[in-house]
Design a protein around this ligand. Structure first.
Ligand SMILES: Cc1cc2nc3c(=O)[nH]c(=O)nc-3n(C[C@H](O)[C@H](O)[C@H](O)COP(=O)(O)OP(=O)(O)OC[C@H]3O[C@@H](n4cnc5c(N)ncnc54)[C@H](O)[C@@H]3O)c2cc1C
Length: 483
């Protein structure tokens, strides 16, 4: 049923879009309201959208998309807006299609271990919904208490426990997608693995909202492991902590999670909402979780304790109980936000490196910090080499924003030079577009933008994200530098 929206503007598009939507307050168009949508978790750039619409179902999403397509209005999808690379920022004054009202859990099929959700369904709620049956949803970004599964699909989100269980793409079985012309397609029908034809599920997952708008998602759910145990290890030297990471993996154990924090990161988490009493004079800590059949867990924990002792650990122990384990994880998972306790602003970076290069890369990041005069904290998924250098700065100090951007980019260059890449889970968005050149040639970028054209022919959906313009941007940047 359509509900009258009391629209007070002369903009005909706002009136026409409102007519396509049911539900109260389903469109925002006033400047003050739009300001809440001028950025996402990447707060360095801000742009006002033309309007924000709140469809309630796939038909309404398709109608809005068709309207935008016919009327040449740029548009983009938005989930919870926690993205860290600017993917949901309306740089072209887009109509933002917010999926937050499409937040239902549509079905749970325990027999086939899958669930179907709408895109605005919050990640952690899925685990909550199936936990009484002893199941859970594995991908666990630290933002999982508020980010949406639609946003996770778009970014191919990872998390602490993705080392053993894989990132979002390994848990997506089917998608319903509104294409940029308003047509609705289903891919990965019924969640049957290995369907014939191109792997569109793989293509759509991680495409950062540039190929279509996801309106329904079939995900894999897993049975809870019989047992889990977490170990905390403190190291006086970063090098010893880094070597312990490689040693643990070399034993053949695949931990469910293997996380690292350095001294500045520890200072942050201890100053924020969930302190646990980590010593402030250590250079690194490791948080290692193993899970599986009860019988094997104790042996794995003992092996991990031994590895750490062989690497000069200052103190190492397993959690006494679930309550302690959960406190350690709350301390780690709120790590990014905790930087707010020790810095006015921070920029999160997201490089990936071969694990063996950890000591070398961390020392180069230290050099970048010294050169820029900005502190850089490191909180990261050490087990899979996914670094998160957090560049601390103060936007009130003239020149610090630019310095932070430069330092962040330099960290990504170090990662790519070490044989890694420029993003593990946060996406490219607008933030790392130019850094795509560290890892792709112009031809490789063009091959990918050609794919985008097939889906997003008029480039109205989330334009200007993910790829630099081959050739041109680099030249323009050089010119600007010279000027
Ligand atoms: C404190 C904090 C911790 C974080 N920790 C992690 C972490 O551990 N691992 C990790 O991977 N990320 C992490 N992130 C980043 C972020 O939470 C993820 O990228 C998440 O997947 C974004 O989901 P969202 O709903 O907020 O999407 P948004 O930010 O709203 O959108 C992100 C992108 O997805 C597109 N999009 C959104 N919904 C759809 C849809 N339905 N269809 C098509 N495109 C869509 C948007 O256009 C945009 O390009 C963290 C962020 C914060 C703030």
């Amino acid at each position: 049923m359509k509900v009258a929206n009391n629209i007070k503007t002369k903009d005909k598009h706002v009136h026409n879009l409102a007519k396509l939507l049911s539900g109260p307050h389903s469109i925002l168009y006033k400047k003050a309201e739009l300001a809440a949508y001028d950025c996402d978790g990447f707060t360095i750039q801000k742009h006002l959208p033309k309007a924000v619409v709140f469809p309630q179902n796939t038909e309404e999403v398709a109608a809005v998309v068709k309207y935008c397509s016919v009327n040449n209005l740029p548009f983009l999808a938005r989930g919870a807006g926690t993205g860290l690379s600017g993917g949901a920022i309306p740089i072209n004054g887009e109509v933002i299609i917010s999926l937050t009202r499409m937040k239902r859990l549509l079905s749970v099929d325990l027999e086939n271990r899958r669930a179907v959700v709408e895109p605005g369904f919050i990640n952690l709620k899925l685990t909550h919904a199936v936990s009484d049956k002893d199941y859970y949803y594995a991908p666990d970004p630290s933002s999982q208490y508020c980010c949406t599964i639609g946003g996770n699909v778009a970014e191919n989100a990872g998390g602490a426990h993705c080392l053993k269980y894989g990132v979002t793409t390994n848990h997506i079985l089917g998608l319903e997608v509104v294409l940029p012309n308003g047509e609705v397609i289903e891919i990965g029908r019924n969640g049957i693995p290995d369907s014939p034809g191109y792997d569109l599920l793989g293509l759509l997952t991680g495409s950062e909202g540039t190929l279509g708008i996801v309106t329904k998602i079939t995900v894999r759910i897993l049975k809870n492991p019989e047992s889990k145990q977490t170990v905390l290890a403190y190291f006086n030297k970063v090098e010893d902590g880094s070597q312990a990471v490689s040693d643990i993996i070399s034993t053949g154990i695949v931990p469910a999670a293997l996380e690292m924090m350095d001294k500045i990161a520890i200072e942050g988490v201890e100053a924020a909402a969930f302190p646990v009493g980590h010593p402030k004079d250590i250079e690194a800590l490791l948080l290692i979780e193993v899970d599986g059949i009860r019988a094997g867990i104790e042996e794995q924990v003992n092996q991990i304790l031994e590895v750490c002792r062989n690497r000069n650990v200052r103190e190492v122990r397993a959690a006494k109980n679930d309550e302690e384990r959960e406190r350690w994880w709350a301390n780690r998972k709120t790590g990014f936000g905790a930087m707010g306790a020790i810095s006015h602003d921070y920029l999160v970076q997201d490089g990936v490196i071969p694990r063996s290069k950890l000591p070398e890369v961390l020392s180069k990041i230290k050099e970048i910090s010294q050169k820029s005069g900005l502190r850089i904290a490191n909180i990261f998924h050490a087990g899979d080499g996914n670094l998160h250098p957090l560049v601390l700065f103060d936007s009130r100090v003239p020149g610090e924003v630019e310095k932070a951007i430069e330092a962040g980019s330099a960290c990504l260059k170090v990662c790519s030079d070490a044989g890694g890449t420029i993003t593990g889970e946060h996406g490219v968005g607008i933030e790392k577009k130019e850094e795509m050149r560290f890892v792709f040639t112009d031809e490789e970028i063009m091959a990918q933008t050609d794919i985008r054209k097939v889906f997003n022919h008029d480039n109205l959906l989330n334009a200007g994200k993910l790829f630099p313009t081959p050739g041109k941007c680099a030249e323009v940047k050089q010119e600007l530098k010279k000027a």
